[in-house]
Write a protein that binds this ligand. Structure first.
Ligand SMILES: CC(C)(COP(=O)(O)OP(=O)(O)OC[C@H]1O[C@@H](n2cnc3c(N)ncnc32)[C@H](O)[C@@H]1OP(=O)(O)O)[C@@H](O)C(=O)NCCC(=O)NCCS
Length: 146
């Protein structure tokens, strides 16, 4: 079964929320993502027979702030994140984006390794950025210059 990418604006809002909630269940302020919000972002979901994951960003001029990037737990470490990320970066670069930004928890070593592989650099730290059920977590601010 072949992989398909769907524009995030055309992706089911229920599927987006389901994945966000199961991935960040440990995080306190989980809020419901609205269709009106998704209609303003750029990104994709990736599907085979099932929903595998998604990525989306706020794009302003030549900058993109990555808001969410998640691969469903059971599909991780199989290269899907890389496939989706490459497609996303390529597409936004074609739309004129030159700088990508994102926040990642200082405890999220797996994601940090992923971003490091793609050339993201640490440019700052945001104290107590995430509220989790076991306390607050600092975030690193990362940037990719293309
Ligand atoms: C980050 C995430 C999207 C990566 O997706 P993925 O499909 O697992 O990524 P890939 O399989 O393409 O991994 C590519 C490389 O990234 C690195 N990497 C990814 N996850 C890693 C982990 N948990 N530990 C160490 N390295 C990791 C590895 O170098 C990996 O290559 P390898 O498997 O050949 O060693 C996924 O782990 C995820 O959804 N995490 C939960 C949500 C999240 O933290 N999102 C980021 C918020 S800022």
């Amino acid at each position: 079964m072949s992989l398909t990418f769907t524009d995030i604006k055309k992706t089911s809002i229920e599927k987006i929320n389901l994945l966000e909630n199961e991935s960040f269940e440990n995080f306190a302020n989980s809020s419901k993502i609205k269709k009106s919000f998704i209609s303003k972002v750029e990104g994709f979901s990736i599907n085979q027979r099932f929903y595998i994951g998604h990525i989306y960003a706020n794009m302003v001029a030549d900058q993109a702030d990555i808001v969410s990037f998640i691969i469903k737990d059971k599909y991780r470490r199989q290269g899907f994140g890389t496939i989706l990320f490459v497609k996303f970066i390529f597409t936004l670069k074609c739309k004129g984006v030159r700088e990508f930004f994102l926040e990642v928890s200082e405890k999220n070593i797996g994601a940090q390794k992923f971003y490091n592989k793609f050339g993201f650099k640490k440019i700052g730290c945001r104290k107590n950025y995430y509220k989790t059920n076991s306390g607050k977590e600092n975030a690193y601010l990362l940037k990719l210059q293309t």
